[in-house]
Design a protein around this ligand. Sequence first.
Ligand code: COI
Length: 354
Amino acid sequence: MELTIHKADTQKPLPDDSELTFGTVFTDHMFNMDYDLKNGWHNPRIEPYQPIVMEPSTMVLHYGQSIFEGLKAFKTASGDIRLFRPRENFKRFNRSGHKLCMPPFDEDFALNALKELVKLDRRWVPSTPGTSLYLRPTIIAMDPFVGVRASHTYRFFIIMSPVGAYYKEGFNPVKIWVTDKYVRAVRGGMGEVKTAGNYAASLYAGEEAHRIGYTQVLWLDGVELKYIEEVGSMNIFFVIDDEIITPSLSGSILSGVTRDTVKQLAARWGHPVTERRISIDELIAAHASGKLQEIFGSGTAAVISPVGEFMFKDKVMKVGDGQVGKWSQKFFNAITDIQYGITEDPDGWIEPVC
Ligand code: COI
């Protein structure tokens, strides 16, 4: 398969780094590739960023057969551009596709196409610390058909957006609402899959969280409403009595690349993360006894996001002194230092682009 490149005639103006938020501005080009039963994946192309024309009957619009990934390109002080653990994203992308009955794609080919796309739009990679180019590979079902079955045709596309911090709080602690009123996912369902429906399922509770002054929802398991799962846009970590704990992957929790990075860093530092079930009751007891030292989220978009306060059943609990904790800062520094080329990359997490 040959990747064709059709360059845009004009270049859009670049936003100022200081004005970057998250996911509002898109670069000059995108990647597109199609699938049908006769040709498999075919016609891979980089072309100007443009609308996807589809019929109102297109299956993705009706039944949500859609998967996506999120990863970032960073610019180092010397101007080099690099990706962080992109192979992990493409592996997970194919795993998600499998669960959504989509055909697998060639991960090496996709990574190469992504690198070509980033190279072509390299002027869009911002350089101010804390900024990056967010990359969004997506696959959607394209059959014009309103019966329920897996589609026979798909579009794989990648769009790119220069971004700053994901939360308006930046690296300052966020407040999370633990709900036992709504659930995001159940075991045996789609919780571990990066599919659009999981995010749609989180919106209603998210709006309620905002109304009561909280940034995000912390979800409990969908069976007993007892065990902590994830935040939806992030995995979650707790530091209790000097032990770093994260909920074990239960099938309803996304297997985050940043979650894995935190685990690997902690192991390297001789302070391994414990993966186990942790209940909301245990968290509240740890808070009451003064043993809860830190909570932080991890994700590609958010990197590390300290949690300064959580609420459960109208009980508001401050975490530590409400400021950025020692471990949150240490993981944030270690991850971003590798991403921006400030420190070495002993584990080969960096994929150079140009
Ligand atoms: C990411 O961290 O990249 C995500 O996909 C989370 C969110 C922006 C949906």
